[in-house]
Every structure is written in structure tokens, then in C-alpha cells.
Design a protein around this ligand. Structure first.
Ligand code: EPU
Length: 432
């Protein structure tokens, strides 16, 4: 089994360039099902979730190939099946976007209930209500979502919560529907805007993405085209938290600073400096400058993202004083707590609140990534811990972070990848 072995205690210096946004690409690839023609998608991150999507879509007849390392060519003209492979869809969350895309294209979809990071029950009832409002009949039988519509007609709907998944899925189902669909209380996350921009580049008529109200005027078909995915907001925040935690000076290139406002505010509150430029930022903290306690509450965009909550917790483990982290998006998302405790952190969970009592030092330990963001918090903790940390189950981390180890090595971190069942793989690192 693949593990990361990290020898901590070194400040980070250097620069990294962000990959394309995970939560954008996992919507854009299923969205290509709606397009009869060739989509050229640039800045595609090479992450496990993306590879899982190729597998599902190729089985349905999609023609997918790489033009170069980061540029994908997808042609769904010959997709004839509206049935997604059951075992494959259970491996990732974003497979739920195939329901909206297949329903939009074929008026029928058969897609297993999604899998993905299972830190909490993650229902899809808002998605289903949206499909039903457009005229589909939806049921779940033997773990499979069965959606059928004689025709899809635009409708107005108000989401109970600005769900990312429901907003995108309803958009996907509505772009080829008849008439106007209005989604009120829509999610506003940058990746929702990116997926809408992709669809518009292929001929859709979506207005208002990034605001509370998204209007989709149905069109009869989408055409091929070229689109570049936005940089990953959460990857940016992760390197910001890592730099603030370990100290040093890290330049993060290819960012959209506007997407980082809530994250930058909390990183600065922790005592680090964030300098913002057009498309890069520099995060620095002198190792002798103490980390300050910070309270964090997760909220839908433009609030502080839930996907950055665990990284902040790792940073605040060594703060002076007590920080309170309140998770409001998911009822429980603290899968990292027990593992950080193994490293000497003092964390207590009470309902949806995690209380972080700062400690003088963390110490390396054998820990396990329980999910993507829980896993990355262990990486940050390992970078600052005394001694060696061994992180297992890194496949979770690699669902969402491209070339993480190489990027950390380029910042001077002592990281290597070992495979218990094979010879050491990436091992330029010197573990002292
Ligand atoms: N919810 C429902 N019913 C629904 C949909 C959502 O009750 O039909 C609830 C959820 O249980 C949750 C809240 O609404 O309490 C928000 O969930 P949302 O739908 O916004 O989340 P998601 O679509 O399941 C996406 C990202 C997550 C990210 C959240 C929140 C993808 C593939 N996943 O999940 O990303 O945490 O939005 O921003 O885009 C990650 O990257 O680590 C990750 C988990």
C-alpha cells in the first residue's frame, strides 16, 4: 500500500503552480455528455477522480484522449447508453453529475447512487426535486437512480440550501430542456461558475452563475469547443495553510485571488502574511512569529469553504490559545481529529464544533488518511511535526491533489512515497 513518509520541521521555500480545479473538472467532464461534437478541455488535473470518470464514460461510448499532458479531447457524439457502470460510479461523488447530463441528453438516466468521501451521509434529494420540477420521474431501485422524462420543460425552483451538487446537476438537466429554468438560492462557488462557463462556451444559455439566481434558457443542442478550467481554489488554500503552518515563504502561481478572499483573511489572522498579485500570491511566516488562534466557521461561497476546514485545523494545532472551528455545511467532517491526536494535537469535537487547544509541538506518528481533506490535514501536520510521520491510505489524498509530492519537494519538504508492496517509488527526498 502506498504511503507518504514525511520528516517534518522544515520551513517551506519556493513556488508552486496550481492545477485545474477538481470540483470544476468533475462537473465539466460529465457535462460533455450533453455535447455532440469535440470538446477540448485545457488545464485538466491528473487526479484519481478524473481517471474514474474517464472509465465510466468510456464504457458508455465516449471517445476520450489526451492532446498533451493537461489537454483533454472528449467526443461524446457516439454515446448511446444512458446507463452508467454501477461499480465505477460508486467510487466517486461526482458521478452524480451523470444523472443530470444523461437525463438532459437522452431524457433517461440509470446511474448508481454516488460514492466518494463518506465523512457524513450525503443525500441527493435536492437534485431529485430539481429533476422532478423539470418533468422527470425519478426513483431509486436497488441502489440505482432511475430518471425518465417524456420531455423536460423549464421550471422555477428554490433550493432549500445552496447545494453545489444540486445547482450543477439541475443546470446540466436544464440546458437542453424546453424554455426557461430559474434556480433560486443557487450555489455560488467558483466551480459552479466554471461549469456554467464551459456549457456556455459549447452553446448553452446560462445567466447569473455566481449569483443567487441562475437562469437557463434551453437550447436545442450544444456544439463542440475549447475551454480552460480554472485553477483549484482549495489546492491554493492548502498550500497557503501549509506555508503558514511550516513557516517560510511560498509563491503560489496561477491563482484567482478573488476566489481566495475568505481563506486569505483567516491565514492572515493566524499571523502569516499574504501578498496578493494579479495571478499569484505569496504566503510567508517567519518561523519565530507565533501562530495565533483563529475562529473559523464554514459557509457556502463566498464564506469560508468546508473543503479548507481540516487544513485550518492542522495549522491551528500549534497556535497560541484556543481556536473554535464550526462546520455548518456538513453535520460532521472531523475525520482527521483522532489522527491529529496521535501526533500530539489537542482537539475536542462537540457536535459540529471542533475545539483546537494549541500545543507547543506535534510529533510524527503513523496515521491514516480517512478521506481527501482529512488526509491533506495530516500532510500539513506532518510538515511541522518533529520526527517522521507515515501517512497511509494516500489514495484518498490523490483523488484531489495532482503531483502533491513533487510540489512539496519543490518547496524543500522532506517527503517520499513508499509502496509496502513494491520498491520505493518517488524518492528524490532525503529523509534524515
Ligand atoms: N444536501 C442535501 N441534499 C442534497 C444535496 C445536498 O441535504 O440533495 C446537503 C448536504 O448533505 C450538505 C449540504 O447540503 O449538508 C451541502 O452539500 P453540497 O450539495 O453543496 O455538497 P456536494 O455537492 O455533495 C460538493 C463538493 C464537495 C464540497 C461541497 C461543499 C463536488 C464533487 N463535491 O459536494 O467537495 O465539500 O460541495 O462545497 O463538487 C471535496 O472536494 O473534498 C468535497 C467533498
Amino acid at each position: 500500500m502506498k504511503k507518504y513518509v514525511i520528516s517534518g520541521g522544515k520551513p517551506l521555500y519556493g513556488e508552486v503552480s496550481l492545477s485545474g480545479g477538481k470540483n470544476a473538472v468533475v462537473g465539466i467532464i460529465p457535462a460533455t455528455v450533453l455535447v455532440k461534437g469535440v470538446c477540448i478541455i485545457e488545464n485538466v488535473p491528473n487526479i484519481n477522480d478524473v481517471r474514474e470518470l474517464y472509465e465510466i464514460m468510456e464504457k458508455m461510448g465516449a471517445d476520450i484522449s489526451y492532446i498533451d499532458e493537461k489537454t483533454l479531447r472528449v467526443d461524446c457524439t457516439n454515446v448511446v447508453s444512458y446507463v452508467a457502470d454501477y461499480d465505477a460510479v460508486r467510487r466517486l461523488r461526482a458521478s452524480y453529475y451523470l444523472i443530470g447530463a444523461l437525463l438532459g441528453r437522452f431524457r433517461h438516466a440509470r446511474v448508481g447512487l454516488p460514492g466518494g468521501c463518506s465523512f457524513v451521509e450525503r443525500p441527493i434529494d435536492y437534485h431529485i426535486k430539481g429533476f422532478e420540477a423539470l418533468g422527470a420521474k425519478v426513483s431509486i431501485e436497488h441502489g440505482i437512480v432511475i430518471a425518465d422524462a417524456e420531455k423536460l420543460e423549464g421550471a422555477s425552483m428554490n433550493l432549500d440550501f445552496p447545494s453545489v451538487g444540486a445547482t450543477v446537476n439541475i443546470m446540466l438537466a436544464a440546458v437542453l430542456a424546453d424554455g426557461l429554468t430559474v434556480i433560486e438560492n443557487a450555489g455560488k462557488e467558483p466551480h459552479i461558475v466554471d461549469i456554467a462557463n464551459f456549457l456556455n462556451a459549447m452553446g448553452a444559455q446560462i445567466k447569473g452563475a455566481g449569483t443567487d439566481v441562475i437562469k437557463i434558457r434551453g437550447v436545442s443542442e450544444l456544439h463542440g469547443g475549447r475551454y480552460e478550467i480554472i485553477p483549484d481554489q482549495i489546492e491554493a488554500g492548502t498550500f497557503m495553510a501549509a506555508a503558514a503552518a511550516a513557516g517560510g515563504r511560498v509563491t503560489i502561481r496561477n491563482v484567482i485571488p478573488k476566489h481566495l478572499e475568505s481563506i486569505s483573511a483567516k491565514i492572515e489572522a493566524s499571523g502569516a502574511t499574504v501578498e496578493e498579485f494579479d495571478d499569484y500570491i505569496i504566503v510567508s511566516r517567519d518561523e519565530n512569529t507565533p501562530i495565533k488562534k483563529v475562529n473559523v466557521k464554514t459557509l457556502p461561497y463566498p464564506g469560508f469553504p468546508t473543503d479548507m476546514q481540516s487544513q485550518m485545523a492542522a495549522l491551528l494545532c500549534r497556535a497560541q490559545g484556543t481556536s473554535i472551528i464550526t462546520e455548518t455545511i456538513f453535520s460532521y467532517r472531523f475525520q482527521y481529529v483522532d489522527e491529529l491526536r496521535r501526533m500530539g494535537a489537542n482537539l475536542t469535537v462537540d457536535g459540529n464544533v471542533c475545539i483546537v487547544e494549541g500545543v507547543e509541538k506535534l510529533t510524527g506518528a503513523a496515521v491514516k488518511a480517512e478521506d481527501l481533506r482529512a488526509g491533506i490535514s495530516l500532510v500539513i501536520a506532518a510538515l511541522v511535526a518533529e520526527g517522521i510521520t507515515e501517512i497511509s491510505e494516500v489514495r484518498f489524498i490523490e483523488r484531489g491533489y495532482e503531483n502533491l509530492v513533487d510540489k512539496l519537494l519543490s518547496l524543500g519538504a522532506n517527503v517520499k512515497v513508499v509502496d509496502d508492496e513494491a520498491e520505493p517509488t518517488v524518492s528524490e527526498a532525503k529523509i534524515s
